[in-house]
Design a protein around this ligand. Structure first.
Ligand SMILES: Nc1ncnc2c1ncn2[C@@H]1O[C@H](COP(=O)(O)OP(=O)(O)OP(=O)(O)O)[C@@H](O)[C@H]1O
Length: 648
C-alpha cells in the first residue's frame, strides 16, 4: 500500500532538541522556501493584501504592549483625559487593526490560495497527460501521489498547497510579532525575553513535528483512501447503480465502505492518541513559561522595581511572544497542504521532466505513401503491478494494407499487444518498429495520428454525436458545425451509423450525455455504431492503421455484417492496415492473415484455410465454435472439419 517517498524523514513527535539539529532546520527552510516560491502564482492585489495583513497582525500586540504602560501610569498619576487620548487612540487603532485582520484573513487566504492550487493542479494534469505512454497511470506510486496532490480534503482540514503557503506567511507574521514583543519585554527583562522566546520556539517546533508526523503517517494510508473513494463512487455513481440494485448489493457495499473507512481511520486515531500521550514535556514547558512570564515582572512590581504600567507592558509583551504557539488551523493547513506540493514534486522527479524531455525534439514519423509496416521484434512486456510477463519474445509483422486477425484465449495478451503497437506501453525487452524506426525514437503524436481504434472499453464521451465522431481525427473537431457534419457524412458513407445519426433527435448535434440537460443515452450497440463512424472518420483523415479490439461484441447480427462490410472493406479499399481481434471466429475468417497468440508469443500464422489444415489451436477453436452452432443448426451432420462458416 505504501509508496511514500522513504527519503522523507518522519520527525520524532516528542519535544526533543533534535528539532534544533541543523539537518532538520535545513529541511524546514527548504520546505518553506518551496512553499513561498508558489506565491509567484498569486496576483499582485492579493499579495499586497496578504503583506498588509501580516504586518498588521505582527505589530498589534507589541504596539498595545508599549501603549498600555502609558495609559496605566498616566492614569495612576491622575492626568487629564486629553493626555490619555493619544495612547488610548493608539490602542483603539491597534485593536481595530486586529479585528480587521481577523475579518479579512479568510478572504485574502482564498484569494491567495486559489491561483496557487490551480497552478499545482495544472502541473498534476500535465504529469498525467504528457508522458507518451499510460503505464505511469497504473502504478500505485503515481495513484497515491496523485491522490495526495489532488484531493481537496475532509471538512476540518484541507489539502491545499495554496492554503499552506498562506498559513506559512501567517506563521512568519506571528514570528515577527513575537520578535517585536520580545524586544519590548527585553527593555525590562532581557534574560526572561530570550528564555521565553527560545522556549516558545521550541514548543512551536514540537507542535510542527507532531503535525508533520501525523500527516506523514496518515499519508501512508493514501491507498486506503482510494479504496474508500472507490466504494463511494460505486454507491453514488450511475455506472454500477443497476447491478447494485438487481444483485441486492447495497448492504454489502455499505459494509465494505465502513470496513475500508475504519481500516483507514483507526490507525489515524491511534496515531493521534499516541501523540497526545507524548505531550507532558510540551505542557510542562508551556506552564513553566506562563508562570515565569507572570512571576518575574509580578515580583519586580511587588518590590516596587516596576510600575503598574510597565507590569502591564511586560505581561502583554509576554502574551505577544506566546502567539507563536497559538493553535489555529495554520499547522493543519501547512502540514496537509505542503504534502500536495511534495507529491507533485515527487511525481515530477519520477515521471515528469525526464519523460517529457525524452519526447521533446523526437523526429516525427515520415509517411511513406502507404500504410505503415509495423514489426514487433522479440518483444517482452510485463505490467508494472504484476510479476508474470504477458508477452515474452514475441515476433510479429503487420504488412502495409493487410487485415491481420489476432486470436487467443481470454487473457492471452491480445489487447496488450495492440497497446504496444499504439505506443501506449513500451516493451520491457525487444522493440516495436514502424517503417524500420524504433517507436521509442519517434514523436508519439505523429505515430498516433496514423492510428484509428475501437477498443472493447472505448469511451462514451459526454458530448454531441458530432464530437464523438470527430474525436477520431481531433484536427477536424474545431471546424464549423456545418462543415464538420458534411465531413462526417462523407466519411461514414453508407455505414449503419448513418441510420443511427438520422434517428437522433437533433442529428449530429444531439448531446449524448444522459445526465446533461437535454441529453440522451444510446444502447450498447448504438454506441458501437458511433465508434464505427469515428473510425471511418479517422481513416478518411489519414489514419492508416486501424485497431479493432472486439469491435462487434454488442452488435446484432445484421449490424455485425454491416460492420465488416463498412469498416474492414472500407479499410481495404483505402489501403489501411487492420489489426482485428474477435472471439467470434466467423468474423475473422476472411482476414488476410490470422495469428494465434498463446503463452506470450505467436504460435500459429496463416490464413483461415491454412490454419485449419495445420490442425492446431485455431482449428481446435474453430471446431469448438462450429460444433456449438451444429447443435442448433437445421442442417444436421455438419462435418467437424468442414471449413464452412459456423452458422452465425
Ligand atoms: N493494466 C493492467 N495491469 C495489470 N495487468 C493487466 C492489465 N491489463 C491486462 N492485464 C493482464 O494482462 C493479461 C493480458 O490481458 P489482455 O487484456 O491483453 O488479454 P486479452 O487477450 O485481450 O484478453 P480478452 O480476450 O479477455 O480481452 C491478463 O492476465 C490481464 O489480467
Amino acid at each position: 500500500m505504501s509508496t511514500h517517498d522513504s527519503s522523507v524523514p518522519v520527525p520524532d513527535p516528542r519535544l526533543t532538541l533534535g528539532a534544533l539539529h541543523p539537518r532538520e532546520l535545513r529541511a524546514l527552510l527548504t520546505e518553506r522556501r518551496d512553499l513561498l516560491a508558489l506565491l509567484r502564482h498569486a496576483g499582485p492585489a492579493s499579495l499586497t493584501g496578504m503583506v498588509l495583513l501580516t504586518i498588521g497582525a505582527a505589530t498589534t500586540m507589541p504596539v498595545i504592549a508599549l501603549l498600555v504602560s502609558q495609559v496605566v501610569d498616566r492614569a495612576a498619576h491622575g492626568v487629564s483625559l486629553a493626555e490619555l487620548a493619544a495612547p488610548l487612540v493608539g490602542i483603539a487603532v491597534a485593536l481595530l487593526v486586529q479585528q480587521l485582520v481577523g475579518a479579512l484573513t479568510e478572504l485574502v487566504k482564498v484569494a491567495v490560495s486559489r491561483p496557487i492550487d490551480g497552478a499545482l493542479r495544472s502541473r498534476l494534469r500535465a504529469l498525467a497527460i504528457r508522458p507518451r505512454g499510460i503505464a505511469h497511470l497504473e502504478e500505485p506510486a503515481f495513484q497515491d501521489d496523485a491522490q495526495r496532490a489532488g484531493e481537496i480534503g475532509e471538512g476540518w482540514w484541507v489539502r491545499s498547497a495554496g492554503t499552506a503557503v498562506f498559513s506559512s506567511v501567517v506563521v512568519l507574521g506571528r514570528l515577527l510579532g513575537a520578535v517585536l514583543s520580545a524586544g519590548v519585554l527585553a527593555a525590562h527583562f532581557p534574560v526572561l525575553a530570550v528564555l521565553l522566546f527560545t522556549a516558545t520556539l521550541l514548543n512551536r517546533s514540537a507542535q510542527r513535528r507532531q503535525w508533520t508526523y501525523l500527516v506523514t503517517e496518515s499519508d501512508r494510508l493514501a491507498g486506503g483512501q482510494r479504496r474508500v473513494d472507490y466504494y463511494d463512487e460505486l454507491a453514488a455513481g450511475s455506472a454500477a447503480a443497476k447491478e447494485i440494485r438487481l444483485f441486492g448489493l447495497a448492504g454489502w457495499l455499505i459494509g465494505r465502505r465502513a470496513d475500508a473507512h475504519w481500516a483507514l481511520r483507526s490507525p489515524y486515531w491511534a496515531l493521534r492518541r499516541s501523540i497526545l500521550r507524548r505531550q507532558w514535556l510540551t505542557i510542562a514547558l508551556s506552564v513553566g513559561c506562563g508562570v515565569a512570564a507572570f512571576l518575574v515582572p509580578g515580583l519586580a512590581a511587588a518590590r516596587g522595581e516596576l510600575s503598574a504600567g510597565d507590569l502591564m507592558t511586560c505581561l502583554t509583551a509576554a502574551a505577544g511572544i506566546f502567539v507563536v504557539t497559538q493553535t489555529g488551523m495554520e499547522s493543519f493547513d501547512i502540514e496537509y497542504g505542503k504534502g500536495a506540493l511534495a507529491a507533485v514534486q515527487r511525481l515530477e522527479r519520477r515521471y515528469g521532466d525526464a519523460a517529457i524531455a525524452q519526447q521533446r525534439g523526437l523526429p516525427g514519423l515520415p509517411r511513406s505513401g502507404q500504410a505503415p509496416e509495423v514489426r514487433l521484434e522479440n518483444v517482452s512486456f510485463t505490467y508494472p503491478t504484476v510479476e508474470r510477463p504477458v508477452l515474452s519474445g514475441l515476433n510479429l509483422e503487420i504488412r502495409p494494407g493487410e487485415v491481420l486477425a489476432v486470436v487467443g484465449v481470454n487473457g492471452a495478451g491480445k489487447t496488450t499487444l495492440t497497446k504496444l503497437i499504439a505506443g501506449l506501453y513500451e516493451p520491457g525487452d525487444g522493440r516495436v518498429t514502424v517503417d524500420g524506426r524504433d517507436l521509442t525514437e519517434v514523436d508519439a503524436e505523429s505515430w498516433r495520428r496514423r492510428i484509428g481504434t475501437i477498443y472493447q472499453d472505448y469511451v462514451r464521451y459526454p458530448a454531441t454525436a458530432r464530437d464523438n465522431i470527430a474525436f477520431g481525427a481531433p484536427e477536424t473537431a474545431d471546424l464549423p458545425d456545418a462543415q464538420l457534419d458534411a465531413l462526417v457524412r462523407r466519411s461514414t458513407g453508407a455505414s449503419s451509423a448513418v441510420d443511427l445519426l438520422d434517428s437522433l433527435p437533433q442529428g449530429l448535434g444531439t448531446l449524448l450525455w444522459r445526465t446533461g440537460s437535454g441529453g440522451r443515452d444510446l444502447s450498447g450497440g448504438q454506441w458501437q455504431k458511433l465508434a464505427v463512424a469515428r473510425t471511418l472518420h479517422a481513416t478518411a483523415h489519414g489514419r492508416d492503421l486501424v485497431i479493432l479490439d472486439e469491435p462487434t461484441a454488442n452488435m446484432d447480427v445484421k449490424a455485425e455484417l454491416e460492420f465488416f462490410r463498412s469498416v474492414v472493406e472500407d479499410c481495404r479499399e483505402r489501403g489501411v492496415s487492420v489489426v482485428l481481434i474477435s472471439h467470434r471466429l466467423s468474423t475473422i475468417r476472411d482476414a488476410d492473415r490470422i495469428v494465434v497468440l498463446d503463452g506470450g508469443r505467436i504460435t500459429e500464422t496463416g490464413n483461415h484455410l491454412e490454419l485449419l489444415a495445420a490442425d492446431g489451436t485455431y482449428a481446435h477453436l474453430w471446431r469448438l465454435q462450429a460444433a456449438r452452432f451444429d447443435e442448433t443448426s437445421t442442417t444436421p451432420g455438419h462435418d467437424e472439419d468442414d471449413d464452412s462458416e459456423p452458422a452465425a
